[in-house]
Design a protein around this ligand. Structure first.
Ligand code: HEC
Ligand code: HEC
Ligand code: HEC
Ligand code: HEC
Ligand code: HEC
Length: 192
């Protein structure tokens, strides 16, 4: 009788921990679908550069997601492809912007200037975004239910063990790179 309690406690605890470890990431994040499919690879094969759609203008502003107008030059008419037809019918013809969702978006109080990173030091897009520019689908967005942040801020694994440089963009990740380059940033540089 004396042994039974710890044994049955352990017998319950181990599966509960295992279930928690496996289920927690699924419960922690909710998914939101992108408004349209998108294929980076097809466009790269047309010879398009990242900056054709995600430009940094000379005055230092970053275009972010491309405008519908920039697609319309090539996709003004419907054809065989259902993804292109959806783009034309829902956005090009009515002249509406596609509400693309971001996996990288920082909270409102964080100031992140693309221009300082990609113009001055020429840090590659892949250093912070991985191989997104080669993707064949618009990635669904996962939002952390507790913080409200999209998944790329914490990165793909909850434990953060063995993650690659680009997998995560928490405050400590920003600061680690700034320190490695001998740059100390004041709180006010990143927080407005
Ligand atoms: C034809 C226009 C076009 C070109 C060229 C293009 N992109 Fe995109 N990009 C998009 C669109 C549309 C989205 C939104 C849909 C998606 O996530 O796939 C996007 C999304 C992204 C995102 C996701 C941002 C986020 O917040 O989740 C990254 C990163 C990105 N592009 C990087 C690149 C890189 C790097 C290149 C060059 C190798 C590139 N793109 C070339 C149109 C383009
Ligand atoms: C320079 C011309 C050009 C521009 C600009 C362009 N595309 Fe395309 N796009 C193409 C070509 C070429 C294809 C592949 C041939 C086809 O399927 O018609 C394609 C294919 C696609 C597809 C189908 C992909 C698939 O896997 O079936 C979608 C969706 C698409 N484009 C969306 C966009 C969006 C959104 C924009 C604006 C951000 C854009 N395109 C800008 C030329 C362009
Ligand atoms: C030093 C890291 C870093 C580099 C280099 C970088 N990005 Fe980003 N990117 C970010 C961060 C952080 C965000 C979120 C910004 C925010 O929320 O204000 C972001 C957001 C984006 C978005 C979404 C914009 C939106 O409106 O939500 C796109 C598209 C994107 N980046 C494309 C690119 C492309 C293309 C390049 C290369 C020319 C690039 N990035 C280089 C860190 C980086
Ligand atoms: C891969 C390295 C790297 C990462 C990651 C990175 N930065 Fe930077 N950041 C730099 C470098 C290098 C500069 C200096 C650019 C220059 O002066 O030409 C810079 C400059 C800045 C500046 C301009 C003001 C200053 O401090 O000099 C801001 C603001 C900034 N980064 C914010 C961020 C934020 C916010 C993040 C995370 C979301 C981030 N950075 C992630 C390398 C990085
Ligand atoms: C290089 C850019 C950078 C600098 C410098 C920086 N922060 Fe942050 N901070 C961030 C980013 C990015 C986030 C959002 C992501 C996160 O929560 O890790 C953040 C989030 C925070 C949060 C919210 C924490 C949370 O997770 O909700 C606080 C509080 C904060 N910072 C305080 C500070 C203070 C105080 C300083 C100065 C000692 C400072 N930060 C300097 C980039 C920076």
């Amino acid at each position: 009788m004396k042994l039974a309690a710890p044994v049955s406690f352990a017998a319950g605890l181990v599966p509960a921990l295992a279930a928690g470890w496996l289920l927690f990431p699924h419960l922690l994040y909710r998914s939101e679908a992108q408004p349209l499919p998108f294929n980076h690879k097809v466009h790269a094969e047309q010879g398009m550069a990242c900056a054709d759609c995600h430009a940094v203008t000379p005055d230092g502003r970053f275009a972010g997601f491309p405008t519908t107008e920039s697609c319309a030059g090539c996709h003004a008419e419907k054809g065989e492809n259902p993804a292109i037809n959806a783009l034309v019918a829902k956005y090009v013809e009515p002249g509406a912007e596609v509400p693309w969702l971001s996996n990288a978006r920082q909270p409102d109080n964080v100031y992140f200037p693309h221009a300082s990173h990609v113009t001055g030091e020429k840090i590659a897009c892949t250093r912070c975004h991985g191989p997104r520019g080669e993707s064949t689908t618009a990635r669904e967005v996962q939002v952390n239910r507790l913080s409200g942040y999209p998944r790329d801020i914490w990165g793909p694994s909850i434990s953060r063990l063995g993650r690659k440089d680009w997998q995560g963009m928490k405050m400590s990740d920003c600061i680690d790179c700034h320190r490695a380059g001998g740059r100390e940033s004041a709180c006010i540089a990143c927080h407005k």
